[in-house]
Design a protein around this ligand. Structure first.
Ligand code: PMT
Length: 402
């Protein structure tokens, strides 16, 4: 059976150049068995015609709240009730702002308020608009209401800028939609995941950190949620939206991450340590900004060892199935296997971070996953796909252990 068989999807198209990709999205959703009805904002119609979307969806397109004919039967409420999923793509900065503030000034805004369906938005806009503080606040509001945020992707934009703001590709959107309805084989499991870097303060304005973006850990959190797990994500400072349906705990330093991990991993089923934790912190944090002096050509900072979070979780009496990462630049297998044993882990995902195009702050990754008796390769692919494969491997290895 197709995964979206019988699922009713309302596709809300807003004004953006990526609207031209929506007929293809409608087709691919129908290929998976979905029934699709399209709603367009006024600006969307400047980029693509309702007639095109009517032709590909096989349903008439709704484009106004004040349609006397449709509203005779309370069309907007009927659509809101019909939908299993309200998917907004491309979601413009304007529509995101309207939704964040609960505006019902057009049909799409009204549907968002009137529906009980799952809601997802795939943002697309200029990179500067995406990074604007107010847009990020609005996105956070949506995420806090458990609206799924898919993307945006990074790359060249229609306006010539390069950066975050591109609509994610159509197959990726379809995959996200399908993942909402995949079998939830991790139901009743609690996963705790660490992600991102830690920051170790030197003085009030400086810190020691690393290049972790959090993308890998957040992708694992999303994949585990999609597979039905309850997920607690303990995250260092990153520039990413909260994955929908994840309990997010923000921390800054390794000590804070350690404290939260020890609380939440206690009694959890799985602990995945994806964070790039600083091994050392500054022994004495200066209370005032350290000043440069004319005669000091050098300065020393004393460092002390941070607690080893994953090792401490794995040392607990009732330890969860514990998965570490090993970011290595040489002798990857040897160092990874050493960490697997020394930290008492069930699995370790080895990351060759010397190779370009993967690892820290990249959209892609490749891993070799070791247990004491097995080795599995996850070849170079998008972090969301790597995460799905890793989650599957973890689930299989847990089954074998039982
Ligand atoms: O965040 P991204 O930009 O997406 O990049 C992903 C990643 C490269 C950060 C990720 O894939 C990765 O490899 N994470 C582990 C990075 C790391 O710090 O590795 P490590 O070899 O130094 O640490 C080994 C393991 O011990 C890791 O699971 C780490 O989380 C854990 N650790 C380390 C030190 C410490 N004090 N406490 C820990 O729990």
């Amino acid at each position: 059976m197709q995964i979206l068989q019988g699922k009713n999807i309302v596709l809300g198209i807003t004004g953006g150049i990526a609207a031209y990709k929506m007929p293809e999205l409608v087709r691919r959703l129908i290929d998976q068995g979905a029934n699709v009805r399209v709603v367009m904002t006024d600006s969307a119609k400047a980029f693509i015609t309702p007639l095109t979307l009517q032709a590909v969806s096989g349903n008439s397109v709704s484009d106004t709240l004040l349609d006397t004919e449709a509203e005779r039967a309370m069309g907007h409420i009927e659509l809101a009730k019909w939908a299993d999923l309200l998917l907004i793509a491309p979601a413009s900065a304007n529509t995101i702002a309207n939704i964040a503030h609960g505006l019902a000034s057009d049909l799409l805004g009204t549907l968002v308020l009137a529906t009980n369906a799952t809601i997802a938005a795939a943002p697309a806009m200029n990179q500067q608009m995406w990074h604007a503080e107010v847009t990020q606040e609005n996105i956070q509001k949506l995420a806090n209401r458990n609206i799924h945020i898919w993307g945006p992707a990074q790359g060249e934009q229609a306006c010539g800028d390069v950066g975050f703001g591109r609509l994610i590709e159509v197959p990726e959107i379809v995959e996200h939609v399908c993942s909402l309805y995949q079998e939830k084989n991790l139901a009743n499991q609690h996963w705790v995941i660490t992600a991102g870097p830690t920051r170790e303060a030197i003085d009030p304005v400086r810190y020691i950190s690393n290049h972790s973006s959090g993308k890998m850990g957040y992708a694992i959190a999303q994949a585990a949620v999609n597979a039905g797990a309850k997920v607690t994500l303990i995250s260092g400072p990153v520039n990413l939206s909260k994955p929908a349906s994840v309990d997010l705990i923000n921390v800054t330093s390794a000590e804070q991450m350690h404290q939260q991990a020890m609380i939440h991993a206690n009694g959890a089923d799985v602990f995945v340590a994806c964070a790039a934790v600083a091994d050392y912190r500054v022994a004495e944090i200066a209370t005032q900004k350290i000043k440069k002096t004319a005669d000091n050509q050098q300065m020393q900072i004393n460092l002390v060892k941070n607690p080893d979070i994953v090792a401490d979780v794995a040392a607990q009496k009732n330890k969860p199935f514990t998965v570490g990462f090993a970011a290595e630049t040489q002798d990857v297998e040897q160092y990874a296997l050493d960490k697997l044993k020394r930290k008492n882990l069930d699995l370790i995902a080895a990351n060759n971070v010397a190779l370009s195009g993967q690892g820290f702050n990249s959209d892609k990754n490749a891993l070799t996953v070791f247990s004491t008796s097995s080795q599995q390769e996850i070849i170079l692919m998008n972090k969301s796909d790597v995460a799905k494969k890793l989650v599957t491997i973890i689930a299989e290895q847990m089954d074998e252990k039982v």
